[in-house]
Design a protein around this ligand. Structure first.
Ligand code: PMV
Length: 317
């Protein structure tokens, strides 16, 4: 049996991170330049159930049975088996790799889960629609951070731009006019769970203030959807700037993100904001395609350790 390969893209949140945890809408798009990849090869010489899991990027090499049941990789494989009413895998070797930076707001955890779930299903001779892949990846994401909204697993499992409201059926965005964003990485690893937990404490102390901020973010996400779907992506620039001001008021930005946002705007970006969990990780800037290289250079001069320019469109190119 030939080896099975499955991949999944990274993602950025264009609008609505954090407020999405509290039921407001958010918009996320896949980033196809970075991907998680899983290869599963049958091992006909070993006993059924023997699964060797290797993730050299994080120095992991273990038998599936040795991993704690709550380990995200174990959970992805075991959850998929269970979805088909199976108890164990045929003997195999699972190799996991990823070019998606970790703890940077680019969805690395969800992308590994989605690729692993897909590869496992295919290896078992089964097919899983995106909706079920997404639901299984959501269960794994809960292990990383207790109250995920579900936006990461959704945009990554579908691999398409989404308008997302927690607990509601997914809405894929119409996108008549593609647009370009430059992603800049502060290089600061910032676990989403910490920022989400801190914000929850602040919200509990002063719900009125934070509900008003979340409402304002939700209005921006709705306006952004209209701009995207009516083919006027330039209008997203000012909306990104407004969203960034609100995120800063929530305590989710940091000096390094502020510096990159300012650098992008001075270099001619139409708008810029942090993306994802915040306090580090990545920011995004909306640019005219011809300005992508100069904005990326400005970000690098201001401390970005990596930049990615990506065209947001309905299909990967
Ligand atoms: O995985 P990240 O860092 O892109 O963050 C996800 C977005 C949050 O809104 C901060 C959390 C969530 O569960 O939606």
């Amino acid at each position: 049996m030939p080896a099975i390969t499955a991949t999944a893209p990274g993602k950025v949140i264009l609008f609505g991170e954090h407020a999405v945890v509290y039921g407001r809408p958010a918009i996320a798009v896949p980033v196809n330049q970075v991907r998680a990849r899983v290869v599963i090869s049958a091992d006909p010489h070993s006993a059924p159930g023997r699964v060797l899991v290797r993730a050299p990027d994080v120095g992991l090499e273990a038998e599936l049975g040795e991993l704690p049941e709550k380990h995200p990789l174990a959970q992805a494989i075991l959850g998929t088996l269970k979805a088909f009413g199976l108890e164990r895998m045929p003997a195999c070797a699972v190799r996991i790799s990823s070019t998606i930076p970790v703890a940077a707001g680019l969805g690395s955890g969800a992308a590994v889960s989605v690729a692993l779930i897909r590869a496992t299903a295919t290896f078992l001779g089964q097919r899983l629609p995106a909706e079920r892949v997404s639901a299984l990846a959501y269960e794994v994401d809960k292990l990383y951070h207790g109250t995920p909204s579900g936006i990461d697993n959704t945009v990554i499992a579908y691999g398409l731009p989404v308008y997302f409201i927690r607990g509601q059926p997914i809405e894929l965005l119409k996108l008549p006019v593609p647009f370009t964003i430059v992603i800049g990485d502060t290089g600061i690893q910032s676990p989403t769970a910490i920022a989400v937990g801190d914000l929850r404490r602040l919200w509990q102390e002063d719900p009125g203030r934070y509900e008003a901020l979340f409402d304002a973010v939700g209005v921006i996400a709705q306006a952004a959807r209209r701009s995207i779907e009516s083919g006027k992506p330039d209008e997203l620039g000012p909306l990104m700037n407004e969203n960034q001001v609100l995120l800063a008021k929530m305590g989710i930005s940091c000096p390094e993100l502020d510096r990159l946002v300012a650098a992008a705007l001075s270099a001619g970006a139409l708008g810029a904001k942090l993306s994802g969990g915040g306090r580090g990780g990545n920011m995004i800037a909306l640019v005219r395609s011809e300005a992508a290289a100069s904005v990326a250079q400005a970000l690098e001069r201001s401390g970005a350790i990596r930049t990615i320019s990506t065209s947001v469109r309905l299909r990967a190119q």
